[in-house]
Design a protein around this ligand. Structure first.
Ligand code: UTP
Length: 292
């Protein structure tokens, strides 16, 4: 059977972001600024770099800012034009997804990541799709999803990005039970959401990027709540493994979890330091702060 290309990406943004309250009381955590742009901007750029043509945002209450961010801002553009700020204007236009390339669907209650993905079923339809968790920014020479779509193009099925974490942290993540190594990929024998350290099958965490076959929606439709009382994507993937192959692709790059206060700080500092125009000054500011 020919391998169908991955054209659509689901970005679940309906979570409450309780770990970064009060910042997220009225501002979606995905819209928190990481140096000069919201976290979600980096993730949409990563999806575009992998050839994604359609973005499905699973939103909830208080998330309207995300919809506005990916729309054109007429007054702002007219003002920039009138003031001759052409470079800024062109950048804003280049960042805008094509007309009709974004869909927004509501998850009426934050019942879990699995439930959020299931809410996208009608828009995704019967084709493979990517899921990108927008609070995880992945920085790499080859963007994470692009590396995954390349591997997927050779083998098909389901591909999950993984990376090693210290064993003491496994109970915070979805963890993979690894099988045989196949070139850059690892066959998957199983996976478990937030296992206790002594029950973890490895220290390979599922790092927030997935390529999934549409059959996952049937598994999600029947999925009962798991860890934390939430409908977990990991549990549904585990059931899909009986009929559809899963491979893990170790991510070669750096991951920034903007969903926690210190993770957010790390993401902000790293992106500020890497900025070609301001990086040197940022370094001076940080060094001075550390000395004071
Ligand atoms: P997280 O568990 O990191 O997000 O989910 P959260 O629930 O917002 O975080 P805390 O624990 O309260 O701080 C990973 C991604 O899945 C989305 C979140 O928006 C986040 O981008 N998500 C999670 C949903 O869309 N719906 C849900 O029911 C749960």
């Amino acid at each position: 059977m020919p391998i169908k290309p991955v054209r659509k990406a689901v970005l679940p943004v309906a979570g409450l972001g309780t770990r970064v309250l009060p910042a997220t009381k009225v501002t979606p955590k995905e819209m928190l600024t990481v140096f000069d742009r919201p976290a979600i901007h980096y993730v949409v750029d990563e999806a575009r770099a992998a050839g994604i043509e359609h973005f499905v945002f699973v939103t909830g209450r208080n998330k309207a800012a995300i919809e506005d961010y990916f729309d054109s801002a007429y007054e702002l553009e007219a003002t920039l034009e009138a003031k001759g700020k052409t470079a800024l204007l062109n950048q804003l236009k280049a960042d805008l997804p094509a007309a009709g390339a974004c869909s927004f669907v509501r998850q009426q209650a934050p019942l879990g990541l699995g439930h959020a993905v299931w809410c996208a079923r009608d828009i995704v339809g019967d084709e493979p799709f990517a899921v990108l968790l927008p609070d995880m920014i992945m920085r790499a020479q080859t963007p994470c999803l692009a590396a995954m779509t390349k591997a997927y193009g050779k083998i098909g099925g389901n591909i999950i990005s993984v990376e090693e974490v210290p064993m003491s942290e496994v109970s915070s993540y979805g963890i993979v039970d690894p099988g045989a190594r196949k070139g850059e990929l690892i066959e998957m024998k199983g996976m478990v959401e937030k296992p206790p350290v002594d029950k973890a099958p490895s220290n390979l965490m599922i790092s927030g990027r997935y390529i999934l076959q549409p059959e996952i929606f049937d598994a999600l439709a029947e999925q009962t709540p798991g860890a934390g009382g939430e409908i977990q994507l990991t549990d549904a993937m585990l059931r899909l493994m009986d009929t559809s192959p899963f491979h893990a692709l170790p991510f070669k790059g750096e991951t920034f979890d903007t969903g926690s206060k210190t993770g957010y700080l790390r993401a902000f500092a790293a992106h500020a330091l890497a900025d070609p125009e301001h990086g040197a000054e940022v370094r001076q500011i940080l060094e001075a702060l550390l000395k004071s």
